[in-house]
Design a protein around this ligand. Sequence first.
Ligand code: GLN
Length: 336
Amino acid sequence: MKHPLIKILFISGIVISQAFFSFGQNPQEKDIIQKAQEEAYNKTRTVTEGKNADYIPYLAKVPSDLFGIVIVTSSGKIYKIGNTDFEFGIESISKAFVLALAMQTVNPDTIRINIGVNATGMPFNSVIAIELEGKSPVSPIVNAGAMATNSLIKGSTKEEQFGKILKYFSKLANRPLRVINELYQSEAATNMHNRAIAMLLASYGHMWADPIDACDSYTKQCSVGITAEDLAMMGSSLANGGIHPITKERLLSEESVPKVLAVMGMEGLYEKTGEWMYTVGLPAKSGVGGGILAIVPGKMAIAVFSPPLDGAGNSVKAQKAIAFIAQKLGFNIYKP
Ligand code: GLN
């Protein structure tokens, strides 16, 4: 390889073959993803840390040993392992998708100005965060901001308003979803703290509907039942620039995808988001039902379900499994 031209051809050959074997349409992709998923499952399944949420009585009764991992790539391929068909409460993961829905009618800058897009560094139901941040909800994906965002979705009746949210979630999941009624009843009977937050926000002029109606619609959006497969499918549009990889329907505008992901990257795991981004480096959203959705932009959505949570309300096993997969596949949005 003495001649410089031969050297250039040789090097560019390596680059092309590497690009071919990077994530896209290649025969090795399946094996690499499946192996990482299996390893993550086997290494994490014996973890015993964490505890089911119990401030919502229904959640305390969900079997703690359920564990499933689903990956949906931005080209629509599905990889699953474990309990991927069990229907659990979407809970706070719904906040990211209601934000996406609000952005279909409300300019992202209106969200920034009226709700806020900063990190709170505090628990998801913090009242202090509202007070400290100039009497504003701070972020669309904490309880306060999520109820304010919900109030931006309009309908001539309460049913029509929530119907829009459920229809949107169903399009993202590519199957008709439903509210788990027992979960909704359990949550509605115990959500006084959220009702108080909604009233507080209304007193500060940050609610765009009746605050109790917004809180109720928010409680319903949190009670939507999803499987780990639904969750990864819902995330796949976020991973694919807003277009659903299977139905090919545009479900988020090109402009709103990076905004939703930025908010997830700042607040998705609440007061533990900094540590999460520092160690894993993927925008993610957790829910107290035990689900976590992580997005690798342009590549895939990773959804994990396992009910036991850490002190901030994030599934312990899900964090470990996603961290393992991301590390194994070399995914981190801060890496070239
Ligand atoms: N519905 C739950 C609540 O309002 C959602 C919390 C969460 O998943 N972090 O408390």
